[in-house]
Design a protein around this ligand. Sequence first.
Ligand SMILES: Nc1ncnc2c1ncn2[C@@H]1O[C@H](COP(=O)(O)OP(=O)(O)O)[C@@H](O)[C@H]1O
Ligand SMILES: [Mg+2]
Length: 258
Amino acid sequence: MITFKKGKKDRLLRPDEEKKTFGAGLNFAASEAYRLLRTNLLFALPISSLHSGETCRVVGVTSSMSGEGKSTTALNLGYVLAESGKKVLVVEADMRLPTISGWLKLERRVGLSSLLAGLCTEGETIQPSGIQERLWIMNAGPIPPNPTELLGSERMKTTLRNLAGACDFIILDLPPVNEVSDALVASRLIHGMIMVVRQGYATRSSVGEAMREMENVGVKVLGFVMTHSERQGTKYKSYYKGKYAYAKEGKDKAEPAV
Ligand SMILES: Nc1ncnc2c1ncn2[C@@H]1O[C@H](COP(=O)(O)OP(=O)(O)O)[C@@H](O)[C@H]1O
Ligand SMILES: [Mg+2]
């Protein structure tokens, strides 16, 4: 049985280290958008849709290209799920380009790559997020030469099975579908996939190609999250306008559409 080290209620990050792109640092409109994503996910993937005996939902987050907002979406989705009382583990499964552990100033000496290579145990790779007491992070670990092989390994399957006994949600922050095959390899391990689409960046053909690839391997796409949206007329006013603001006045930039 895996035990997660106790998370701290208070933020461990110093105020000057806080980012406006995740957790409590988000403005009101963005937080509300992620809460809506949480609700839609709970409807799209009810416990009754899992195999009998399963209670932990394993969800992948991917996109067609890099830089569309996968890691931000995975972390904030984990945060709002934890906020609602769920025990959540976000796995930095984009081992080539891990970012979450850097944002949260987490230790990266051992992580998913070391675990899959048989160099450490699950417990050693899981750290409290420091931003929500029920949210834990498994960092990517040292960048391995063969991430696709590791993600597709039998050990990855066993790891997820073991972790599933210890939490309510596992969210995999996966690499982009059109660039590497990791997300497709991992797709057989998840209950459903969330597809992030960055407005004005992802093209119809890039999203189409990603969708075809996922269809070919039978991924259950739960829905889409549109990021960097320029949607006008939000009912929420921005509480923060700066470098990391997601919602400027009249523009709601985090717009989950699952
Ligand atoms: N909903 C959003 N609205 C605006 N900017 C966003 C949103 N989600 C992410 N971003 C920004 O987009 C950039 C890429 O995000 P990231 O999560 O690292 O993408 P990926 O993991 O897909 O490479 C970051 O600067 C992040 O702050
Ligand atoms: Mg990322």
